[in-house]
Write a protein that binds this ligand. Structure first.
Ligand code: FES
Length: 109
C-alpha cells in the first residue's frame, strides 16, 4: 500500500470532481453522499477526463458519450463504455485525502 496525499478534504465540494495527478496517474477525487472516492480520471471508452463530468447517485458520468461509472466499483452503467475504470482506496487523515493508486479496487470481469 502506498497512500499519497491528494488534496485537503476542505478543497472538495460535494458532487464536484477534483482532478489530481498522483505518481503520474490522473485521478478524479469525488466527495459525494458523505464519502470520498477516487477513480482514474480517464474514461475506459476514449481518452476523456471524467472529472469534467457530472456526479449523481454515486456515479460519475463521462461528458462525451454519457457512460456513467460507479464510484465504488468503477463499472460502467451502460454503453458505449464496456470496461470498468480503476477505483482506488481512500484514507482521510487529519483533514487530508490520501489515495493509493497502486491498489485498484476494480475487478475486471
Ligand atoms: S469517451 Fe467516455 S463514454 Fe465515450
Amino acid at each position: 500500500m502506498a497512500f499519497v496525499r491528494a488534496c485537503d478534504l476542505s478543497e472538495l465540494e460535494s458532487d464536484t470532481p477534483k482532478r489530481v495527478e498522483l505518481d503520474g496517474t490522473p485521478v478524479s477525487v469525488v466527495r459525494t453522499e458523505g464519502e470520498v472516492f477516487a477513480i482514474n480520471d480517464i474514461c475506459s471508452h476514449a481518452n476523456v477526463s471524467l472529472s469534467e463530468g457530472e456526479v449523481e447517485d454515486c456515479q460519475i458520468e463521462c461528458w462525451l458519450h454519457g457512460s456513467a461509472f460507479d464510484l465504488r466499483t468503477g463499472k460502467p452503467s451502460g454503453l458505449p463504455a464496456t470496461r470498468p475504470v480503476p477505483v482506488y482506496p481512500v484514507q482521510i487523515e487529519g483533514g487530508s485525502v490520501h489515495v493509493d493508486v497502486t491498489a485498484s479496487l476494480t475487478q475486471e470481469s
